[in-house]
Ligand binder design. Structure first.
Ligand code: HEC
Length: 273
């Protein structure tokens, strides 16, 4: 006959108390003290390494622990594509799965919070003292699934392509665009396409299946089909707010010549018709 869980736990606790009395030291304060000491040691080492890095590096020269600061941070950049450290790739990719505005909350807060709460609550809902893996099928399968899904998400996050201008241009995609849209030979439009890829437009807009659909931005593959003309696109991109678009920034800083190129490209984008 199996002993009821509650009684067994009580017996275990009693045995632990007796053990402690006979030959051991209680968890508090002894083990806690060890942990505290060890943590302090680790923090002290990190501070020490930071000091070595700081004082051996000289102005712009690398020290024995790596380079001095490189470029200064530019808060005005729009070309920077943020990438997390590798150990956050799984969260990063989770966010990409939930890219629709209504579900972003699930990917950023919802699922991670639910999993964390489950983890924190584990000692309260899993009270069986059984430790043999073979007798813990649910825990075993759950653990394997977590490891596999985190592994897959990390892998996907690490290899995820940013629809970055550099990648698009390097892949020769601009030439393909010109071909399918029929503006090959129109140098202004081709230069505009390059600007389009370089200026961060594709962080929000999809163009012939590439780029990201973000913040409700429409696909621009056939944006020129409406025949609104180059001047319209120039004024739109230079000042989107006047058309009620408060999501896009003003690209007036690109200068008149570049705006003409961009607008020519947009106007020439008629979806291959
Ligand atoms: C931060 C996101 C974002 C970026 C970056 C962005 N856009 Fe937009 N864009 C939008 C959104 C959102 C709309 C739709 C606004 C609306 O419907 O009122 C839009 C609309 C447009 C339209 C009008 C489409 C139409 O059919 O009326 C054009 C043209 C356009 N964007 C071009 C560009 C170009 C060119 C760039 C890069 C230089 C760019 N966008 C960068 C978010 C963005």
């Amino acid at each position: 006959m199996a002993v009821p869980l509650k009684e067994r736990n009580r017996a275990e606790h009693k045995r632990y108390k007796e053990d402690v009395e006979r030959e051991g030291k209680p968890f508090f304060p002894y083990a806690i003290w060890h942990d505290t000491l060890m943590s302090l040691l680790v923090v002290a080492m990190i501070i020490g390494l930071a000091c070595v890095w700081y004082y051996t590096a000289d102005g712009t020269e690398a020290g024995i622990l790596g380079p001095w600061y490189t470029d200064e941070a530019d808060p005005g950049t729009i070309e920077f594509v943020p990438r997390p450290d590798w150990f956050f790739y799984f969260l990063f990719y989770l966010l990409r799965i939930f890219k629709w505005p209504e579900s972003v909350f699930l990917g950023t807060v919802g699922i991670p919070t639910i999993l964390l709460v489950l983890l924190i609550a584990l000692p309260f809902y899993d009270r069986r003292p059984e430790r043999r893996l073979g007798r813990r099928p649910v825990a075993l399968v759950a653990a394997i699934l977590v490891v596999i899904s985190m592994g897959v998400l990390t892998w996907k996050g690490a290899t995820a392509k940013e629809a970055l201008g550099a990648e698009i241009i390097a892949a020769g995609t601009i030439g393909e665009w010109a071909e399918t849209q029929g503006f090959t030979g129109n140098d202004t439009a081709v230069e505009g396409a390059t600007l389009f890829a370089q200026s961060g437009c594709m962080n929000c807009h999809v163009y012939t299946g590439e780029g990201n659909a973000n913040l409700g931005a429409p696909e621009l593959t056939d944006v020129g089909a409406s025949d609104r003309g180059i001047d319209f696109f120039k004024s739109y991109v230079a000042n989107p707010a006047q058309y009620g678009n408060n999501v896009m920034i003003s690209y007036a800083y690109l200068g008149d010549e570049n705006l003409t190129k961009l607008a020519t490209f947009l106007d020439a984008s008629k979806g291959g018709k």
